[in-house]
Design a protein around this ligand. Structure first.
Ligand code: ADP
Length: 371
C-alpha cells in the first residue's frame, strides 16, 4: 500500500488537505458520530463547535488515530490514513491538559518528538531553539514545567506538537484550563503560530467566540452530525436552523404563522404574536418555518420610523454594559418580544424600562430558518 510517510526531521511544506468521507463511530447501539463528510483545505483553520456530547472529540480522536472509526475514510493529501497507526499520521496534537513530562526541562519536552524519531542531537538542539522562538519561550529552555504559568505550559505543548512540522495540528479545547485574559492572549498566539507555520488546524471548542476569532470555517455539531459548515460570518448572518442561530450569538426568533406574497421579491409574514413583517428576497417562508433577526440589526428611537418595518414598542428590560446597551422590547398590540443591542456613541439615547419607543428594521435583515 502506498504510504504518505515522511523521513524524520524532514519539513513539510505547509498544511495538508483533509477529506473526511462518510466517517462514523458507533458504540454498541449509540451513534456518537453519524456518517460525516467534510473537506478541509490545506492551511485552513477549521473549528468544530457544539454542545457537550455532540461528538466533537470522537471526530477528532478518529483523525488523530486513537479512536477506530466504525466506517468511512480520512483522506490526507489523497491517501486514506484510517489503516495507519498514530505515529505514521504526521499529525500534531494539543489538548487541554498539556501532558508535559514533569521531570524534563522545557527544551527536553519540546525536543522529545524528534529524539524518539532518531533525529541527531545537534539537529534536535537547533530545532528546539527555533520552536521555542516561535512561541517566544527562548529564555525558559532550562526550566521545568512546574516553574511555568498555565499559558506558558500550553505554549510549550504547542512548540512540542509542531517541532516535527506536522502537516495537520489537532487541538481539543487547548485553552479550556486557562482564565479569560490568558485565553484571549493565547488565541492571538495560536492564530499567529498557525499563520506562520501554514499548518492545517482542526480545533475543537465549545466556545463560539473563540471559534469565530480563530477559524476560517466552522462546523457546528449536534447529536453526532454536522448541522452547518461555513465561515463565522456566513453562520452568523445565514444560520439555517434555530439551533445554529442560538448557538452562535443572540437572536430574536419567531414561529411563522402565515406568509403572503406581496410584490416582486418581497413577502409579508405573520409572526407568532400577530406582528406583520415584510421580508425581502425569495426566502421560502411559511408555517413551520421560523423568522430570525440579530439584535444589532434593530434600530431603536430616532431613525426607526423611516425603516420599512417599524412599530411602537415598550421597553421591558434595559441593561447598560461597557460597549453596548441591551433591550428587550414588547411590540404594541401583538406582544412579540424583540432583543436589541445598540453600540452606544456620543449622543445615543438611553431608554428606561417602561418607556414607549419606536423600533424598526430593514426588510432584508430578517432571515428564515428551516427548523
Ligand atoms: P463532545 O466532544 O462533543 O463533548 P464526545 O465526542 O466526547 O462529545 O462524545 C459523543 C458521545 O459519545 C457522548 O454521548 C459520549 O457519551 C459518547 N461516547 C464517547 N466515548 C464513548 C465510549 N467509549 N463508549 C460509549 N459512549 C461514548
Amino acid at each position: 500500500m502506498a504510504r504518505r510517510s515522511q523521513a524524520p526531521g524532514q519539513a513539510s511544506l505547509g498544511g495538508a488537505a483533509v477529506s473526511i468521507r462518510n466517517l462514523s463511530k458507533r458504540y454498541n447501539n449509540f451513534n456518537a458520530v453519524i456518517p460525516t463528510t467534510i473537506d478541509i483545505e490545506s492551511g485552513d483553520f477549521f473549528a468544530i463547535i457544539g454542545p457537550s456530547g455532540s461528538g466533537k472529540s470522537t471526530l477528532l480522536g478518529m483523525i488523530a488515530g486513537y479512536i477506530d472509526p466504525t466506517a468511512g475514510q480520512i483522506v490526507i493529501d489523497g491517501h486514506d490514513i484510517v489503516p495507519e497507526p498514530i505515529y505514521r499520521r504526521n499529525i500534531g496534537m494539543v489538548f487541554q491538559n498539556y501532558a508535559l513530562f514533569p521531570h524534563m526541562t522545557v527544551a527536553e519536552n519540546v525536543g522529545y518528538p524528534l529524539r524518539i524519531r532518531g533525529v541527531p542531537r545537534d539537529e534536535v538542539a537547533r530545532r528546539v531553539n527555533e520552536s521555542l522562538g516561535m512561541v517566544r519561550l527562548d529564555a525558559f529552555a532550562t526550566r521545568l514545567p512546574s516553574q511555568l504559568s498555565g499559558g506558558q505550559q500550553q505554549r510549550v505543548a504547542l512548540a512540542r506538537s509542531s517541532i516535527y512540522k506536522p502537516s495537520i495540528l489537532l487541538m481539543d479545547e487547548p485553552l479550556g484550563a486557562l482564565d479569560k485574559n490568558l485565553r484571549d492572549e493565547m488565541q492571538e498566539e495560536i492564530k499567529r503560530f498557525q499563520q506562520e507555520m501554514g499548518v492545517t488546524v482542526i480545533y475543537v471548542t465549545h466556545d463560539q467566540q473563540e471559534a469565530a476569532f480563530l477559524a476560517d470555517r466552522i462546523a457546528i455539531m449536534r447529536d453526532g452530525s454536522l448541522t452547518q459548515i461555513g465561515s463565522p460570518r456566513e453562520l452568523y448572518e445565514h444560520p439555517n436552523s434555530r439551533f445554529v442561530a442560538e448557538f452562535l450569538g443572540e437572536a430574536s426568533i419567531f414561529a411563522v404563522k402565515a406568509a403572503i406574497p406581496s410584490g416582486p421579491g418581497q413577502t409579508r409574514i405573520v409572526l407568532e404574536g400577530g406582528t406583520q413583517v415584510v421580508i425581502r428576497g425569495d426566502k421560502a417562508a411559511g408555517p413551520g418555518k421560523f423568522a430570525c433577526i440579530r439584535p444589532e440589526r434593530i434600530t431603536v428611537g430616532s431613525g426607526a420610523a423611516t425603516l420599512d418595518n417599524h412599530y411602537t414598542a415598550t421597553v421591558r428590560e434595559c441593561l447598560y454594559t461597557p460597549g453596548s446597551i441591551r433591550y428587550r422590547v414588547e411590540l404594541a398590540g401583538t406582544g412579540d418580544m424583540m432583543k436589541i443591542r445598540v453600540l452606544p456613541q456620543m449622543n445615543t439615547e438611553f431608554f428606561e424600562t417602561g418607556t414607549q419607543v419606536d423600533v424598526g428594521w430593514s426588510s432584508s435583515d430578517m432571515t428564515i430558518l428551516k427548523d
